[in-house]
Ligand binder design. Structure first.
Ligand SMILES: C[S@@+](CC[C@H](N)C(=O)[O-])C[C@H]1O[C@@H](n2cnc3c(N)ncnc32)[C@H](O)[C@@H]1O
Length: 295
């Protein structure tokens, strides 16, 4: 990749997917029994000039059968799972956090962080700029020391993270949520190699995974076509089907302990049976957590 790579904004290409996730979180937040409460998600949706207006409230989704409505439940499960991962990581004494492809994730603003916690958000420059504008308008203030790392994760993001002040001697809690399908095979493998290289003993990692084979079979699924129609963009065209190593196997071979739970299993733990056809599709996504016990 050349030094000057293409950039996408919040209403184009992969940037638009960040807005879609924010919309789902806004809808979930608006429910009587939300799995995640994100007070800023709706503001992102309203501020964006997206090709099609996305739901910012529960009533914006039509009926319970609506694809967006069901998508928001999956996003609720995924968000809750990773919120709990961060609570456990900081309780274990980790004070350094990296959100890879942070998008419009507002955990820096809505979760409790310990004193002295440093949090790094890595994403494309224009996505981070949009986020900053909206959060400034909302007078939001981060509950930790938040650092923006505007870079491309297919490029030399390791230097960008170190340049922003990241300290590889401190244990870190990493998150890759909603990212892997957009990366070429080699970039995904390189991502885990960099994480491993920068992880002191005691570091943790959480990853949302959907197998590439599985994603390929989803492209033409009627429920996904319906969701893309509502979204106004065929996100599946952004999914990269290049082969890549299984990241859990690779992490174990590099000395990490790794455990996985399906979204369906996590949903059951949260009292949300994911049992309609859309959920059966999304429920197979894997929520992986890993720990590096020794440096
Ligand atoms: C589906 S969104 C998920 C955002 C966030 N993790 C969340 O769950 O709310 C995907 C994000 O990945 C980012 N992304 C994808 N490929 C990237 C790359 N090569 N470099 C930097 N960011 C990337 C996009 O800009 C977008 O914000």
């Amino acid at each position: 990749m050349c030094a000057v790579f293409e950039q996408w904004d919040i209403t184009s290409s992969v940037g638009l997917t960040a807005l879609g996730v924010a919309s789902a979180r806004a809808v979930e937040t608006d429910r009587a029994d939300p799995l995640v409460s994100d007070p800023y998600a709706a503001a992102f949706v309203r501020a964006a000039d997206s090709p099609r207006p996305l739901p910012a409230r529960l009533e914006d989704t039509s009926v319970a059968g609506d694809g967006w409505f069901r998508h928001s439940r999956y996003l609720g499960v995924r968000s809750r799972f990773f919120d709990e991962y961060f609570a456990a990581s900081t309780a274990a004494g980790i004070h350094q956090v990296v959100l890879l492809a942070a998008g419009l994730d507002t955990r820096a603003y809505r979760l409790d962080w310990p004193d002295g916690c440093e949090l790094y958000e890595v994403d494309q420059p224009k996505v981070l700029a949009f986020k900053r504008t909206v959060l400034d308008e909302q007078a939001a203030s981060a509950r930790c020391r938040r650092h923006e790392v505007a870079t491309d994760l297919r490029d030399d993001w390791e230097s960008a993270l170190l340049g922003a002040g990241f300290d590889p001697r401190r244990p870190t809690a990493w998150l890759a949520e909603g990212l892997l399908p957009y990366l070429p095979g080699r970039a995904e493998e390189g991502l885990f190699e960099v994480i491993h290289r920068l992880s002191a003993a005691g570091s943790r990692l959480a990853v949302e995974r959907a197998s590439i084979d599985r994603l390929a079979t989803l492209r033409d699924h009627p429920l996904f076509r319906e969701a893309f129609e509502e979204f106004g963009a065929d996100v599946s065209q952004l999914w990269n089907a290049e082969p890549r190593r299984d990241c859990a196997d690779w992490l174990r071979s590099a000395g990490w302990t790794a455990a996985a739970e399906s979204a369906q299993q996590a949903g059951q733990r949260y009292g949300l049976p994911m049992d309609d056809p859309f959920d059966e599709v999304m429920g197979t996504a894997t929520l992986l957590t890993a720990t590096r016990e020794h440096g």
